[in-house]
Every structure is written in C-alpha cells, then in structure tokens.
Design a protein around this ligand. Sequence first.
Ligand SMILES: *Cc1c(COP(=O)(O)O)cnc(C)c1O
Length: 384
Amino acid sequence: MSDQPIPFGRPYITDEDRAAVLDVLKGDVLAHGPHGKAFEEEFARFLGGGHCLSVSSGMAALHLAYLEMGIGPGDEVIVPALTHTATAHAVEMVGARPIFADCLSGTGNMDVSTIEPLLTARTKAIGLVHFIGFPCDMGPILSLAQRRGLRVIEDCAIALGTHYEDTHVGLLGDAGAFSFYPVKHMTTGEGGMFVTRHADVAHRVHQWRAFGVDRSFEERTIPGLYDVTTLGLNYRMSDINAALGRVQLRHLPELIRKRQAHFSQLKAGLTGRNDLRLIEDHRPKVGHSPYCLSVVLQGRAAARRNDLLLKLKARGIGTSVYYPHPLPRVTYYRKKYGTSSDGVPSATDISDHSVALPVGPHLTEKDVDRVAQQFRDTLTEVCK
Ligand SMILES: *Cc1c(COP(=O)(O)O)cnc(C)c1O
C-alpha cells in the first residue's frame, strides 16, 4: 500500500467547527449578529489588545487601511518585493503606487536599509509583511517611519501568533491585516481581520466596511433609519464565518504549538547539507509562529528547483513557493510601471530557488519525517 499524499496545507476542521456553523444556520441571524462581535472581542484578547474588525478577506483589510488613511493618486507606498500580490494590489486599488523594496536573504523580511533610498516626497506609508511567521525588524522601521512622517501598515496574513518583543504583530504600526484563507494559521473559509491600536481609525474603518452608514444595524433606535456620511464598501464577515472563526481561535494556541514542533522536527531532518539553507531568524527570542519551512537551494541545486517541485508532487509531497515571483516582475506591474527584478536580488533568489515545505497541524510526526526524507532523497536525485 502506498502512502497517502501529504498536502502543503489543509484546513483543520473538527466536529466542533461544523456544529458551530450549523448552529448559526438553525437561527435567523446570518449577518452582523452576535458571532461577528464576539469573534472580534476574542481576537483582540488573543492579540493582547487593539480594536478588531472582522472583514471578508485579508485583501479587504488591507484595502480598508489605505482607504481610511486617505492614501490615493500621486502617493507612493513602500512594500516588499517578496509577498503576495494583495500587499501591493491594495495600494494600487486606491490609486497610489507601490514601490518595491528588497528583503534580507536570511529571513525574507523587508531589508530596512533598502527602504530609505526609495523614499520620495510622495511616499506616504510603509506596507510591510511579516514573512512566513518571522517578525520584521520593527524597531528601525518604526523609527524611520516616525522620522519621515510615514504610516505603517502591517500585513500579518501569514504571521498570526507572531510577536515582536512581546507585542503581537499588527499592534506595532498604525493598522494590521490578518487573513483566514483556508491554508493560513486558522480559517473562516474566506475572511480577515482589520486591527488597529487607534479608536478613531477603528471608527472610520467601521464605516468604510459597511457602505459609509453612520450607524450599524444594532445602533439604530428607529428601525430602518440611518444616514450615509462617507463612501464605503461592504466588506463585512457573515456570522456563519465568524462562528467558525471563534472555534478556530479557541484551538489556535494548540495549532501554533503543532506548527512549531513540526518546524523544529523538519529543520532537524534537513541539517548537514551544503546544497540548501533555511529561511530562519537567528535573533534570540524571536516570536516565530511558523507558516511553513522555506528551503533555499544552493549552488548547483538552485537550478533544479522546478524539477524538484515536480518530482516531490509525483511522490505525494505537497509543496509551495513563497512567493513565485518578486512582485516587480509579475506581468501587471512590469507592464504598468516597467519594473523588473533588477534591484531586488534577495527576493528574486528566494522566489526562484526556494521550496516551501508544510508544517501545518494536519501533519503527523511520521508525515514530517516522510517530508524530510523525501525532500533529501529527491534533491540528491535531481542534482545527479
Ligand atoms: C494570503 C495573503 C494575503 C491575502 O489574504 P486573503 O484573505 O486571501 O485576501 C495578503 N497578504 C499576504 C502576505 C498573504 O499571504
């Protein structure tokens, strides 16, 4: 009997999750009900503070951040080259221009020293990303932002559970965005969370999130009556998704511990080879919440990356690439601004030569061993 394939990611859904969703469907309140509100309060408790607003996706949370800040045409925002396209598209969606910064080769996080030369009179914000669960070097980034009067938006989509010096990411800058897409640290199907330390920002995002109306459903004294004070979208999360999120959140500490254990086990299984290095953070006491384990192939092995991905797939080992292109090289940005991978060598190296391996709670210890062994054997084979 051959082994079952091991997917890169799989939502961790239990009977408790299913029961919570069914429970909502047995009632009449499917939107702006009690679960949405409770989920936001419980999420804030998990983070250790902040105002939290549940939204329909991580992208929606990022879009709301730029809308609320009034960033728009003529403005520039520094974003990392090594990220999901949502990080830059959110800037683009408000009519501003994303400017791509390179990353540190060690952690894949934005290299602070590459930000300063990119700043112009048009720069309004830094839209950073905490890469695969490693916190960005927030001290220098925040002091640069303060010196230059820039807002800081933290994309925490793959960094739930990550801390920087005891503060949860998302609570260090002006706004944070989380994603609950199925393979992220926890899921609501689709969904996200906008977080901020500032009550006034939360109040305005609350309006932007729901059509710009001045009072939400539960705040209306006379049923059906409200005014519209600003422009807005509908980026709310339904109570069905929020009920699922509440159960996921209860299990999150345990899910993160599993990811940490799998990361350590997998790392141990890949030591002692000179044809690879790991994306990792050597600073002491880093509040790492592993999303995956990313391996960067070295020397001759680097050119064999795509063969390796294909062979691993054939052998039932799920992998991914974070991220497949430095963003200035993707067709949209290349065509619009004439950008390329020139100037972002570290991001390009990681995009072209890395393999992301699974560490999620769906794996057993035996699975992790199998991933390590198959990875080692297959790498040796494709390099022959
Ligand atoms: C997944 C992801 C997003 C988008 O989140 P969605 O919930 O899928 O919209 C944004 N930024 C990063 C870094 C991501 O990995």
